[in-house]
Design a protein around this ligand. Structure first.
Ligand SMILES: NC(=O)c1ccc[n+]([C@@H]2O[C@H](COP(=O)([O-])OP(=O)(O)OC[C@H]3O[C@@H](n4cnc5c(N)ncnc54)[C@H](O)[C@@H]3O)[C@@H](O)[C@H]2O)c1
Length: 398
């Protein structure tokens, strides 16, 4: 670490990279003053206006226009990688090779093969490597997981998750890296990767997937005139390019503990800008969480026989994971949103790098990222085989 403090950088500030840039700023102010000393060093983006804007806006020392500049920077120790999935492996391997700590966005890679190579690179490195399964930091999701772990709703039986977005609804929205790659690289890898991870986070390892269906409704999209950002639209040309991947992916799953999973993933769901939600039905109760209302969750802890069964609506507060000290006003019903998850995630990663013990749970590993892709690959094979059952290898979380 340079001068006893951790120098941080973000590569790619299109959409989610900006949340990382902001997250490193807030990470130091969370939970306790026993914090890693952090320097906001550099933002890199191939599109210079984005790099310059984000560096100014979030208070970083400089803007760069290539990721290689971050690999070579002696004053950078920790790097968030927030570029297109197809670039993750090359950038991450170079960063690890240069002795940087790396937090890579999900999905870890475009293929299981690339992901396994990245796991090997992380194992060979002396630095930390993690993946941005951001929803593992959601207080409501963690509160539900605690109920499961404590046995207060009994054995889980049915996990029903959906991640519905509308970003691909408009057929005139431009082509981007999100629409390239084969079956499974569309809605499934882009947003379903989160839902799969949450399913295993709550119910433990899956043993098989089945019944997979993919569907694409917009087979080609216009080429943009300028830059595209995240899911957003923009000015387009008359030229069209083929869409390679699915708008909708659905599948079922079995978990090792006997639970059944039903997953519904869509990027063409009108009325749902970014709607991740799940219901969990268990032996003696139930629970549910919805990103549209991230500061609350619902739970039934004991079934009754007096006709008054129903969900308790619980506002997340200091009694739940991440909230105490995690937001400036840590009271139920005050000041919490999904953007806070990035601060929690980056605080956890900085604590790992600084060797601070007893703090937040560590970030998900590259093995977890490769596991997620193994499940995605099984869903792809199920869809290709008309919905056949595809068994999964066991997962040994690091
Ligand atoms: N955890 C989450 O909630 C979450 C949310 C959105 C996206 N993501 C993931 O984050 C990654 C980025 O997604 P996005 O939507 O922000 O993408 P994006 O297309 O909006 O942004 C990517 C940025 O990378 C830049 N870039 C391209 N080539 C580059 C290079 N050679 N060097 C430096 N920068 C370069 C582009 O100019 C662009 O600004 C993806 O892996 C995506 O799956 C995660």
């Amino acid at each position: 670490m340079t001068e006893n403090s951790i120098g941080v950088a973000v590569i790619g500030v299109g959409m989610v990279g900006r949340a990382h840039a902001a997250g490193y700023r807030t990470a130091g102010s969370l939970f306790s003053v026993d914090r890693p000393d952090t320097r906001l060093v550099a933002i890199a983006d191939a599109y210079e206006p984005f790099a310059v804007d984000a560096a100014k806006r979030f208070g970083y020392e400089r803007a760069e226009t290539s990721w290689e500049a971050i690999v070579d920077a002696p004053d950078v120790d920790v790097v968030s990688v927030a570029v297109a999935n197809s670039m993750h492996r090359e950038v991450v391997e170079a960063l690890l090779g240069a002795g940087k700590h790396v937090l890579c966005e999900k999905p870890l890679a475009p293929s299981v093969e690339d992901a396994k190579a990245m796991v090997a690179a992380a194992e060979a490195a002396t630095t930390h490597a993690g993946i941005g399964f951001t929803f593992r930091r959601a207080p409501g999701i963690n509160a539900i997981r605690e109920q499961v772990m404590q046995g207060s709703i009994g054995e889980t039986r049915h996990f029903n998750g959906h991640y519905w977005c509308n970003y691909a609804q408009d057929a005139s929205n431009p082509i981007s890296w999100r629409y390239r790659g084969g079956p499974g690289s569309g809605a499934l890898a882009d947003i379903g990767s989160h839902m799969i991870d949450i399913g295993e986070f709550i119910c433990g390892p899956m043993t098989s997937v089945s019944g997979a269906i993919f569907q694409t409704f917009t087979p080609e999209r216009p080429v943009p005139v300028g830059m595209t950002v995240g899911h957003a639209g923009g000015e387009v040309s008359d030229e069209m390019e083929a869409v390679d991947n699915e708008d909708i992916a659905t599948f079922t799953a079995r978990f090792a503990n006997g639970s059944v999973g039903t997953f519904s993933i869509s990027r063409v769901a009108p009325g749902h800008a970014n709607s991740l939600a799940f219901d969990l039905f268990a032996e003696t109760g139930a629970a549910k969480w919805d990103m549209d209302r991230p500061a609350e969750f619902s739970v039934i802890r004991q079934l009754r026989d007096d006709g008054l069964d129903g969900y308790n609506q619980v506002l997340v507060g200091p009694a739940h994971p991440y909230l105490k000290g995690g937001v400036p006003m840590d009271f139920p019903g005050v000041s919490f949103g999904v953007g806070d998850l990035f601060g929690f995630q980056l605080r956890a990663f900085l604590e790992q790098v600084a060797g601070i013990e007893g703090g937040l749970p560590p970030v998900a590993t590259f093995q977890d990222g490769a596991r997620d892709l193994t499940i995605i690959d099984a869903v792809i094979r199920s869809a290709a085989a008309g919905g056949a059952v595809v068994d999964l290898p066991p997962h040994h979380a690091a």
